[in-house]
Write a protein that binds this ligand. Structure first.
Ligand SMILES: NC(=O)c1ccc[n+]([C@@H]2O[C@H](COP(=O)([O-])OP(=O)(O)OC[C@H]3O[C@@H](n4cnc5c(N)ncnc54)[C@H](O)[C@@H]3O)[C@@H](O)[C@H]2O)c1
Length: 174
């Protein structure tokens, strides 16, 4: 069983709910810089172990894996810190927003021998389920390669103050 910490409790809420229902994960701690949000999630899920400081999860020997749901431009730094502290990582899309940082993370992942995984799944979206049904019935034929796109209305998302920011180094707060 993997022992999990969750960073960022907006979209990270879905992983709180999933991990509490899973036999494969044990939720150890949740973290958000916003104390009020931590308190709300604690109440919502009856889960008391929260912190506003990422370092608490990074240095905990009770946590094997960190699930990251902070704003896009902070992913690189938060993934890097998790790997440097010997944690497996699952990070929501977009994994990173600047390809020039990709090799550094790949090297670090190799060196740390930890797994990194992009946390985005559309298996249970209606269109994906229909396509799977059609494939199973033989309506699509034999698949050789699949090129797929995901279209969504992101206007609500672009209203978030951070959504157009770029990665920054040294964004870790004390
Ligand atoms: N996989 C999906 O389908 C999906 C859907 C929506 C959003 N997302 C992604 O999830 C991420 C979060 O999106 P959101 O809508 O929840 O954003 P949000 O702004 O609502 O939440 C981000 C949270 O991170 C916290 N945070 C920021 N820096 C922190 C730090 N250093 N330490 C602790 N907490 C910190 C903030 O306080 C905030 O509560 C984004 O990368 C977004 O693109 C993925």
């Amino acid at each position: 069983m993997l022992r999990l910490g969750i960073l960022g409790l907006g979209e990270g809420r879905s992983t709180i709910s999933a991990s509490l229902a899973s036999k494969k994960f044990k939720l150890i701690q949740i973290c958000d810089a916003n104390k009020k949000l931590c308190e709300e999630r604690a109440l919502e899920f009856d889960f008391e172990n929260w912190t506003t400081n990422y370092k608490d999860m990074l240095t905990s020997d009770k946590i094997d894996m960190i699930a990251i749901y902070t704003p896009d431009h902070l992913h690189f730094e938060h993934i890097k810190l998790a790997l440097q502290h010997g944690k497996h990582v699952v990070c929501t899309k977009p994994f990173i927003d600047d390809l020039s940082q990709a090799n550094e993370l790949l090297e670090l992942a190799k060196k740390s021998r930890k797994k990194i995984f992009v946390g985005q799944s559309s298996r249970f979206f209606e269109p994906a389920m229909r396509q799977k049904k059609d494939f199973d019935k033989g309506l699509i034929g034999e698949l050789i390669t699949i090129e797929s796109y995901y279209h969504a209305d992101h206007r609500w998302f672009l209203e978030k103050g951070w959504s157009l920011k770029q990665s920054l180094n040294g964004c870790m707060e004390d």
